[in-house]
Ligand binder design. Structure first.
Ligand code: SF4
Length: 62
């Protein structure tokens, strides 16, 4: 499982707070998702981050 942040991101930062192992903010203030497989121990947090995104910008990459 990997995630992808699409162009809808408004840079609220919620995903990076909910699951910093997978999501971080870039220099433009927008979220990016790790290109690595999501570790099993943070899968739930990553899913919550996806569900909590106010604009639905977090997609499953595979
Ligand atoms: S929660 Fe959604 S809108 Fe907010 S920073 Fe993450 S991807 Fe962007």
């Amino acid at each position: 499982m990997k995630y992808f942040v699409n162009d809808s991101c408004i840079g609220c930062g919620l995903c990076a707070m909910a699951c910093p192992e997978v999501f971080e903010m870039n220099d433009a203030g927008l979220a990016i998702a790790s290109k690595s497989e999501v570790p099993a121990e943070v899968m739930e947090a990553a899913a919550q981050a996806q569900g909590g995104c106010p604009v639905g910008a977090i997609e499953n990459a595979d």
